[in-house]
Design a protein around this ligand. Structure first.
Ligand code: NDP
Length: 377
């Protein structure tokens, strides 16, 4: 469905929407010990503060590895600057901070210049990490960040997709240069194919006609094959680089694992043919956390340039970092694929809103097989 023009609405009619307090899970400080989540029913309900914002009642949210990291302070310096550019150098607090990057819910209020959404619309979105998150009853986003939810899946299922989809699209389209019309003759390797980004990427690439090879643990082979993977390599059995090295070389590698992967993976790409290695596991925010904004950014830039230069000279391949980027129109395209049955939500576990700490514990155990979702409303 095309984005549609709506009437202007800036005032909520329902009494329940007028209340100023809401339930939310917040952190009051960064905590690397795994605690720190606090339930409150006195969080302030966000309001539409700019003409392009929408207020969404959250029906479901999901967790990402980023939530675990952010709880411990990952990215704090850069994200604080992005939140409040003028106060980053001062002591203004980002707390209480609400985590949660995915939302599926219903629009309850729109700014005066919102044209694509109206109160009552069912929507989904990936909440940028510099904004208050979706582990709450309400969240505000700009219209550009929001998309109409697929009709054929529930809120719980829909909430499993936006953040990993936005990340995968940013990595595969912006960094790797793939698109729907240029992928049919491409060989793509997806490492870490059993997790959130991996399970989405496999399906997207298959919908675009690519040939997809996946690395994962042996007990995830059935899952990734069911999502369309053409070849599966069990990284726990034998030398994964050796097994992949026996295959035809790849046009694109999407690395969801990081670590030493790039050391053996770039050699699997077709040399001097425009092939690209894109990793989602980058040192950028770790650098800004440990070195400060200026030095950390410069250090990351130097690291990236050095690796990119070395890979083009030595291996004839492009080396890139991939990042999540908010993109409502891209989610519009994903919605079409979901409603066409070409992309299925992969929900591994569901938790009620009362059990958000248990959901974090589940995620901390690792070995994700798709997504962990929170039912909020
Ligand atoms: P998940 O935790 O959902 O999935 C990770 C998957 O990788 C798990 O299924 C895990 O299963 C598997 N895995 C672990 N080790 C290996 C290995 N050596 N080889 C193959 N598979 C392995 O993470 P996401 O999919 O959400 O994210 C993937 C990575 O991308 C994370 O590091 C995340 O932080 C990062 N990311 C970065 C973003 C950015 O903007 N740069 C945005 C989003 C994510 P098992 O251990 O059982 O094998």
């Amino acid at each position: 469905a095309a984005r549609r023009v709506c009437c202007r609405r800036s005032v909520c009619s329902s009494p329940s929407r007028r209340q100023s307090c809401m339930s939310a899970w917040v952190i009051d400080q960064y905590d690397t010990d795994g605690g720190g989540l606090r339930f409150t029913d006195e969080a302030t309900v966000p309001t539409v503060r700019s003409p392009t914002e929408v207020l969404i009642q959250v029906h479901a949210a999901s967790l990402n590895p980023l939530d675990i990291s952010m709880r411990g302070g990952y990215g704090a310096k850069l994200l604080k600057l992005r939140r409040e550019p003028l106060s980053a150098m001062h002591s203004d607090s980002e707390f209480p901070l609400i985590l949660g990057r995915d939302v599926s819910g219903v629009v309850v209020d729109c700014g005066s210049e919102v044209t694509h959404f109206a109160p009552g619309d069912e929507v989904w979105a990936a909440v940028p990490p510099w904004k208050q998150g979706s582990l709450a009853e309400f969240v505000t986003l700009t219209e550009y960040e929001v998309s109409h939810k697929p009709e054929l899946v529930s809120h719980t299922e829909a909430a499993s997709i936006p953040y990993v989809a936005s990340t995968a699209l940013s990595a595969l389209v912006s960094a790797a240069g793939l698109c729907r019309d240029s992928s049919s003759n491409k060989r793509v390797l997806v490492t870490g194919g059993s997790g959130g980004v991996g399970t989405f990427s496999i399906q997207l690439l298959k919908a675009w006609g690519a040939h997809v090879t996946v690395t994962c643990s042996h007990n995830a082979e059935g899952l990734v094959r069911g999502l369309g993977a053409d070849k599966v390599v069990d990284y726990t059995e034998g030398d994964v680089a050796e097994q992949l090295g026996m295959m035809e070389k790849f046009d694109v590698i999407l690395d969801n694992v990081g670590g030493d992967t790039e050391q053996w993976a770039v050699g699997l790409l077709k040399p001097w043919s425009g092939a690209k290695y894109v990793t989602l596991v980058t040192p950028f925010l770790l650098n800004t956390d440990s070195m400060g904004l200026m030095d950390g950014t410069i250090n990351a830039g130097v690291t990236l340039c050095a690796k990119a230069t070395q890979n083009i000279i030595s291996n004839g391949v492009f080396y890139r970092w991939g990042f999540y980027a908010p993109d409502g129109p891209a989610l519009d395209e994903v919605r079409k694929l979901v409603d066409a049955g070409k992309i299925l939500p992969v929900v591994e576990a569901q938790f009620p809103f009362t059990q958000v700490p248990q959901a974090f514990q589940k995620l901390e155990q690792g070995h994700a097989r798709g997504k962990t979702v929170i039912r909020v409303a």
